[in-house]
Design a protein around this ligand. Structure first.
Ligand code: NAP
Length: 280
């Protein structure tokens, strides 16, 4: 058996079409501002791809580029200004910030209603409380992939490997919200294989090439690969290639979750604008 490929591009295109149709019907295009500090090549490339998609779907967007040696006070002043600007609907500070800048105070400063990354503690609290807030993009994208390909969550056993604030914890919260039974595994989990083998849906968000092997996956499971590693110059995921012979469905890496993460930034911006501006 070779697993079905859960194509990120297909899901991302469907989201982009939906968002652009909605934007075309609005009185004014929502406005998304990226804040990038320094010239880290990965950050430059991530912001570029998000910004390109934002333009493609008709959002207004601009990128504020601050020098790598920007001090904490200047960065925080920039965020306050964007918070105050009533014409800005979404603020996305590209992480990681260069040392010695401290991320936590910056993320807390972003107006929770403009927090399209969904990292503000108010949005985190809303997610775990079942309230309506902005949710981080990679976890939202994972759910969008499962929904697009008709993988049911209700009653499913989901094992998430990785417990970061960025991916593991919020995707666990989303799955729980959708009535899955969730195991959240991490580096201290005893017998990781047993936890993964018990799952109908495996979400691997670690960043260790091939951590999830074929012997760890239940035949017929759905496997979502989030981890990104570079091996011999190639991008690979947490999921070993042999898993494709065991699982029913797998997201490719690259070509899976990353593309949908980008699409969720534009969906979140539309959502933030609708909530802020009182559009239905
Ligand atoms: P992170 O903050 O480094 O978290 C990694 C998690 O993996 C931690 O919870 C860690 O456990 C756990 N872990 C480490 N080694 C493990 C092991 N041997 N067995 C089980 N768990 C282990 O990383 P992150 O920000 O969540 O990102 C995870 C990966 O996803 C990275 O490769 C990142 O580049 C990628 N990513 C991809 C996308 C996408 O769109 N595809 C988006 C964001 C991130 P402890 O908590 O115990 O240390």
């Amino acid at each position: 058996m070779v697993a079905e490929r859960l194509e990120g591009r297909v899901v991302s295109d469907a989201i982009a079409t939906r968002v652009s149709e909605r934007i075309a019907s609005l009185p004014i295009a929502p406005n998304l501002v990226f804040v990038r500090v320094g010239e880290d090549p990965a950050s430059v490339s991530y912001v570029r791809s998000k910004s390109r998609l934002a333009q493609r779907v008709g959002l207004r967007t601009r990128t504020l580029v601050l020098a790598a040696d920007t001090d904490q006070g200047t960065l925080e002043h920039t965020i306050r200004e964007l918070n105050r600007d009533d014409d800005v609907d979404g603020i996305l500070v590209q992480l990681p910030l260069p040392a010695p800048l401290d991320e936590a105070p910056v993320l807390v400063l972003i107006d929770p209603d403009k927090d399209v990354d969904g990292f503000h503690p108010i949005n985190v609290g809303k997610l775990w409380s079942g309230l309506d807030g902005l949710v981080p993009c990679t976890p939202l994208g994972i759910l969008a992939i499962l929904d697009h390909y008709g993988v049911p969550l209700e009653g499913a056993r989901v094992t998430v490997v990785g417990r970061s604030n960025l991916v593991g914890k919020p995707v666990a919260a989303l799955c729980l919200r959708r009535h899955a039974t969730v195991t959240l595994a991490h580096s201290r989990t005893r017998d990781l294989g047993a936890s993964v083998r018990a799952a109908d849906i495996v979400i691997a968000a670690v960043g260790r090439a091939g951590l999830v092997g074929a012997d760890m996956v239940r035949p017929g499971a759905t496997v979502i690969d989030v981890g990104v590693s570079r091996v011999d110059g190639r991008i690979v995921g947490d999921v070993a290639p042999e898993v494709w012979d065991v699982a029913a469905r797998v997201t490719p890496m690259p070509g899976g979750t990353g593309l949908v993460t980008v699409a969720m930034v534009i969906q979140n911006t539309l959502r933030a604008a609708r909530r802020r501006r009182g559009w239905a």
